[in-house]
Design a protein around this ligand. Structure first.
Ligand code: MEV
Length: 337
C-alpha cells in the first residue's frame, strides 16, 4: 500500500466497544461466543507531523503501544510511509474488557487505509479485522480469539466459532498462524430482531482493570491441572448456542437465562470475583439476566434489562460505574468523509 501525500486533511476513524453476551474464555478453546457492539466509541484522528510519530502529543513509544506499532508496521511504514500524529479519544472505560484496544486497532487500520486512498464506503472489513486481530494476538502471546476485533469492526452482533454455524450468517474465516501454531475461527453476523430494540444493556465497571492475558492463562492452567474441566468449557458452548437461538427469537427471558448460566460456569472457572458477583446479584431483580463480560478478574459485568434506570442504580449502589447501551452499534467507520 502507498502512503498518502503530505498535507492531507486529518482523517478521523471510529470503532465501537463490545460486550460479550455468551462464550468468553470458551471461545479460546474453539467454542462459540457472541458479542455485541455498544454505544460507546473510540475515535482515532490521524494527521500530518513534521516531528516524527506521536500519540496524543507525546513521542510514540512502541513498547507502550505494541498494538498500534503492529498496525502501523503492517499498513503504513512497510512502504516507507511518512510519520503521522495520532490522537485517541475513548468513551469506554479503559482496560475494562470492553474491547478498547481492539477498537483502537480497528479504527487506526480503517483510518490508515482511508488516508492511503480507500473509499470510506469500501473499507475491507475482514482485512481490517484480521490486521487488528494479529495485533491483539501478538500482544497476548498468541491466545487472543478474534471476538473483540471482529465485533468492533463489523458492528451489530457477531458469533465466532471454530466451525460454520447454521444459525448465523457466515462472513469470513480467520486463520491465525503464530508461535508455530495454526488456529482457525469462523466469523458470523447475527441479525437481531426488532423486538430487541427496546432492550438495554447496563454495563457495570468494577473500577479495576480486567487483565485479559492473565485470566486466559489462569484458565489454561486450570485445564492443564484438571483436564476434566474441559466439560465446563463445552457447557459454555452449549449455553451459547441456546443463547443464539434466544437472541434470534428476541426472547429476553431466554437470553437472560443463558447469561445467568454463563456467569455460573465462569465463576466455576475462577474468573469472577467478589465485586463482579456483588454487581451481578444487585442487577438481577430488575433485569432479564446478568453476568461478567470479557475476561473477568476485575473489568465489567453487564445486565440485560427493560428497566435501565433501576438496574443502573442497583449496580452503582453495589459499587460499579455504569454505561448504558442498546444492543448492536455500527462497526468501524470514517467520521469525517
Ligand atoms: C476477552 O474479551 C474474552 C476472552 O474470551 C479472551 C478472548 O476471546 O481472546 C477471555
Amino acid at each position: 500500500m502507498r502512503p498518502g501525500p503530505h498535507a492531507l486533511p486529518m482523517v478521523v476513524a471510529s470503532a465501537p466497544g463490545k460486550c460479550i453476551l455468551f462464550g468468553e474464555h470458551a471461545v479460546v478453546y474453539g467454542q462459540p461466543a457472541v458479542a455485541v457492539a455498544i454505544d460507546a466509541r473510540v475515535r482515532v484522528s490521524i494527521g500530518d507531523t513534521d516531528t516524527g510519530w506521536s500519540i496524543d502529543g507525546m513521542t510514540f513509544d512502541k513498547k507502550r503501544h505494541p498494538h498500534i506499532d503492529s498496525i502501523r508496521k503492517r499498513l503504513w511504514t512497510v512502504d516507507g510511509g511518512e510519520p503521522l500524529s495520532l490522537q485517541v479519544k475513548s468513551e469506554l472505560f479503559g482496560s475494562a474488557g470492553l474491547g478498547s484496544s481492539a477498537a483502537i486497532c480497528s479504527a487506526l487500520a480503517a483510518g490508515l487505509l482511508h488516508r492511503a486512498g480507500t473509499d470510506a464506503g469500501e473499507l475491507p472489513l475482514s482485512g481490517i479485522a484480521t490486521t487488528a486481530h494479529l495485533a491483539e494476538a501478538e500482544a497476548q502471546g498468541g491466545r487472543a480469539s478474534p471476538v473483540d476485533t471482529s465485533t468492533v469492526t463489523l458492528g451489530g452482533a457477531v458469533l465466532v466459532s471454530n466451525r460454520k454455524e447454521a444459525m448465523a450468517n457466515w462472513q469470513y474465516t480467520r486463520d491465525l498462524r503464530i508461535n508455530g501454531q495454526r488456529r482457525t475461527w469462523e466469523v458470523h453476523r447475527i441479525e437481531l430482531p426488532e423486538s430487541l430494540d427496546d432492550a438495554t444493556l447496563v454495563i457495570g465497571f468494577t473500577g479495576r482493570p480486567g487483565p485479559t492475558g492473565d485470566m486466559v492463562a489462569k484458565v489454561a492452567k486450570l485445564l492443564e491441572r484438571q483436564p476434566e474441566r474441559m466439560q465446563d468449557i463445552e457447557r459454555i458452548g452449549n449455553v451459547t448456542r441456546a443463547g443464539v437461538t434466544a437472541l434470534s427469537l428476541g426472547s429476553l427471558d431466554a437470553i437472560g437465562i443463558a447469561m445467568n448460566e454463563c456467569h455460573r460456569l465462569l465463576q466455576g472457572l475462577g474468573v469472577s470475583d467478589a465485586d463482579l458477583d456483588r454487581m451481578v446479584e444487585a442487577a438481577l431483580p430488575s433485569s432479564h439476566g446478568a453476568k461478567l463480560t470479557g475476561a473477568g478478574g476485575g473489568g465489567c459485568m453487564m445486565a440485560l434489562t427493560s428497566e435501565p434506570r433501576r438496574t443502573a442504580e442497583a449496580i452503582e449502589i453495589a459499587g460499579g460505574r455504569t454505561l448504558v447501551s442498546a444492543l448492536g452499534a455500527p462497526g468501524v467507520r470514517i467520521e469525517n468523509d
